[in-house]
Ligand binder design. Structure first.
Ligand code: G4P
Length: 528
């Protein structure tokens, strides 16, 4: 049986960030293939299709070509345990993505070799930067004509203000792709376009000055590679682990997810470079992963994963200690002790009971709504992990209920769905119907469809006259009362009863802020 510190050293918990279409799904699939978690390519997608047939809202996902629901996939490779957290790529779901990124220790940024940094890559990168998450770059699709390699890397450096350090280097691109050069071990990894889904790679030891290099890739390509490598070695900084771990430098790999090429190198690279679970900040202190007592936090809640059950699954990241099934932990927010008897691990295809888990692992905890995003469970003293905020929604609409008899059920549906953290529900103090806020408007379509398919209620969303929301608080009760009295038609409560100011336009918000200098307006609300 492994010790806690051994288990920690073997874990890598990461996410893939990319712009839609850069190849995240394909790469995920191939990583799982290497991990032996799936047997053949197409399985991730096939599983996706199967899931989609289950309920209508998944159809929206399919129709729009986006992946709405994030999940966790665990697999092993070369003696290491990897936890890959999937992040939804569409910009409308950035809040969900944000929180998923709070649960990882590193990220792989996938770029399309022909496109470089795209809008969504940039956004997600910025989220990683906020927390100094170390990033490994994978330049994908080198089997197709791409942009000039130096040019592409320059763009990464310039746009992201990040040092780049190539670990492999492409030998040709598109039709002329011969392979990639492993700059650390002086090897050529040969590209064989016919090999498709084979996972074994053919590599040749070929130091740059050796004739073996010419034999392997041809004289012209070898000479060009020699020139390029000279520029690479002269022009880019050496790999510096500290700088990478601080999020200032990104090692770069090249390959083709579709052709399963360069993927093994990437995976080995993640194993070698990406950090094992690191310490985490809580409100009272920093928690080290090798502490004996188990602690962790919920970063995502998914309601109705199985339409036959009303259960929710809370995605729980372990921060310290060795978890054993059946263990009792304190739910800090409520002060209640929970016995965790049926937590699950997410495998590529299935779930299985989590008998034992270590820092970096993600467990799904079935519950009836007690567990919320941002909640801490602790076997140790009371504490709350920090950094999992709720954002002010960017789009607000008023709920329209077609059948007034179903108001109660609708309330339940809205609250259930808000628990997943993608939408927020506000109850106006003037007694009018709920205002729902989301980060992107597409989310309203998803909500409408889910409310109908999962709760059998016909409802819609219409303009409620509000454009933005701010959490408000004041030092003194009297000041708060004065503020609320003069803004009666703008006041609402969030799900936890916290006061929210709904503004009809930005002018109104500015005005309120000027008139009430002692009231604090915040666009994010830390859970604790
Ligand atoms: P995403 O999850 O980031 O949105 O990307 P996804 O993997 O779905 O890939 C987007 C498209 O790019 C797919 O083509 C996929 O086959 C292709 N692709 C991914 N990796 C590579 C690669 O290394 N080389 C090349 N040439 N193409 C790649 P599609 O036509 O949109 O879908 P499909 O019909 O192939 O499934």
């Amino acid at each position: 049986m492994s010790t806690l510190s051994d288990a920690i050293a073997l874990r890598r918990t990461f996410a893939i960030i990319s712009h839609p279409d850069a190849g995240k799904t394909t790469l995920t699939e191939k990583l799982l293939m290497f991990g032996g978690a799936i047997q053949m390519a197409g399985a991730v997608r096939a599983r996706g299709e199967q899931r989609r047939t289950r309920s209508d809202w998944m159809a929206i996902e399919k129709e729009r070509g986006i992946s709405v629901s994030a999940s966790v996939m665990s697999f092993e490779y070369a003696g290491l345990s990897f936890n890959l957290l999937d992040t939804p790529g569409h910009e409308d779901f950035s809040e969900d993505t944000y929180r998923t990124l709070t649960a990882v220790d590193s990220a792989v940024m996938v770029l399309d070799a022909a496109k470089g940094i795209e809008t969504q890559t940039l956004k997600l990168f910025e989220v990683c930067r906020l927390r100094d998450v170390p990033i490994i770059t994978f330049v994908n699709k080198v089997d197709r004509e791409g942009r000039e390699t130096f040019d592409l890397l320059h763009e990464v450096e310039k746009t992201l203000a990040l040092d780049v350090c190539p670990v492999t280097w492409p030998i040709g691109m598109g039709r002329d792709l011969k392979g990639v050069y492993d700059l650390v071990n002086d090897r050529v990894i040969m590209f064989d376009p016919g090999r498709g889904d084979h996972i074994a790679e053919i590599s040749v030891d070929a130091p740059l000055d050796s004739p073996r290099l010419d034999e392997a890739v041809g004289k012209a390509a070898a000479d060009r590679l020699r020139e390029e490598v000279e520029l690479v070695r002269g022009g880019y900084p050496e790999f510096d682990l500290e700088s990478f771990l601080a999020g200032h430098l990104t090692p770069v790999f090249f390959g083709s997810a579709l052709k399963t090429f360069g993927v093994a190198e990437l995976l080995k690279g993640i194993g070698r470079l990406a950090p094992p679970p690191i310490s985490r900040k809580a409100d009272t202190r920093t928690v080290e992963p090798d502490e004996a007592k188990v602690t962790g936090f919920v970063f995502k809640v998914q309601a109705n994963m199985d339409p036959n059950h009303r259960d929710r699954i809370a995605f729980f990241r372990i921060c310290s200690g060795r978890f054993r099934r059946g263990m009792k932990m304190k739910h800090v927010r409520s002060g209640k002790v929970m016995a965790l008897v049926n937590p699950v691990f997410f495998l590529a295809r299935d779930r299985e009971l989590a008998e034992e888990a270590f820092p970096g692992d993600i467990m799904g905890i079935p519950n009836h709504g007690q567990l919320r995003i941002g909640d801490t469970l602790s076997e140790s003293e009371d504490m709350n992990f920090l950094g999992i905020p709720t954002f002010a929604p960017e789009v607000l609409r008023r709920v329209r209920l077609d059948d007034p008899m179903k108001a109660k059920q609708l309330k339940k549906a809205l609250e259930d769905l808000a628990e997943e953290g993608v939408s927020q529900v506000f109850k106006p103090l003037d007694g009018s119907t709920w205002i729902v806020g989301v980060v992107g408007p597409l989310q309203f379509d998803v909500l409408t469809t889910r409310i109908e398919s999962e709760y059998n209620i016909k409802a819609g969303f219409e303009d409620g006259g509000f454009v933005t929301a701010r959490w408000v608080a004041a030092e003194s009760e009297a000041e708060m009362k004065r503020f609320m009295d003069s803004n009666k038609s703008n006041m609402a409560e969030d799900r936890d009863g916290a006061m929210v100011y709904l503004a009809r336009n930005s002018w109104q918000l500015n005005r309120a802020q000027q008139d009430f200098e002692k009231v604090r307006f915040t666009a994010t609300r830390e859970q604790h």
